[in-house]
Design a protein around this ligand. Sequence first.
Ligand SMILES: Nc1ncnc2c1ncn2[C@@H]1O[C@H](COP(=O)(O)OP(=O)(O)OP(=O)(O)O)[C@@H](O)[C@H]1O
Length: 327
Amino acid sequence: MNAIETVGLTKAFGEKHAVDALDLTVKRGEIYGFVGRNGAGKSTVMKMLAGLVLPTSGEIALLGEHQKPGCTSRRMGALIEEPGVLRSLTGLENVACRAMSLGVVDAERVAAETLQEVGLADAAHKRVKSYSLGMKQRLGLALALVGSPDLLLLDEPFNGLDPQGVRSVRDLIVSLVRDRGVTVFVSSHVLDQLERMVTRYGVVREGRLVKELSTEEVEQACADHVLIRCAAPQFALSVLQDALPEGRFVMLEDDAIRAQNITSEEAGRALAGSGIVISELSVSHRDIEELFIGLMGEEGSAESQKANGALLKRRRAEKGGWSPCLA
Ligand SMILES: Nc1ncnc2c1ncn2[C@@H]1O[C@H](COP(=O)(O)OP(=O)(O)OP(=O)(O)O)[C@@H](O)[C@H]1O
């Protein structure tokens, strides 16, 4: 059984399709990282899954149950933007109210335990209006967790957290999946945090799912590779393919060759043996940020392309990096 399944899920705001015929499948027990540029449609998807926004069309099934428009599963907890809290009540009172509304037995004790779990025990009796941004974020997480959900939707869970908070929320997410079999659907712009916990990624662009990647595929795409610039690059490519059949070669936009699964020495020997003049032979590593910037913006608007192009150019200049091309 899948935890989330959408078919043709669409949300239009006037003429604008914020989410456009999205077919999404998240398996039970996954930590699915949902990534995309600002305005790509991530929060709108989350809100439709949580029953906070009515879809224009399409179907949603959560934990195997078809959802009526605007409704959602009681087995799901959600942290989406500003959680609805009563600012004049304490954190404990807010979470206990939520627990009671979900029919949790011994609501106050469970609320106190949940606040402990998210690192907010010390502030449990303080009024929410005195909470910092990070404390409010932890409270939102407690509200999402208090009903022991089987599915968690987390929209930007690291917002406002200090480094220690980021780490403890990340550890909590991983332990919920490992120990309780919870499925997590999480959006975040903090890619290096996602990288440490996600099992699969979905890239959304202009309301459409444009790419899904397993962690292995991301590792492969970011693995060390050899960059070769030389005279007659097309000829050089065929020489390399013939001489080193175990290698994986990609011709980049600027006529450089990217090679994986071979060493720079092997590439150098093969090219020199054919008399090809090499102008650059280096080993590099593409980081996850660069990979995803490429995926999020490949066919975006002219404006986003321009912005991505400038950023990539700068990063390449800084680090001797690569074009956004997923082999
Ligand atoms: N209530 C609304 N009315 C009109 N347009 C909306 C509304 N909510 C979202 N949008 C538009 O829908 C698009 C998707 O917005 P959404 O908030 O889902 O993006 P996002 O990927 O979550 O962005 P971010 O990373 O900045 O949070 C944007 O163009 C946004 O302006």
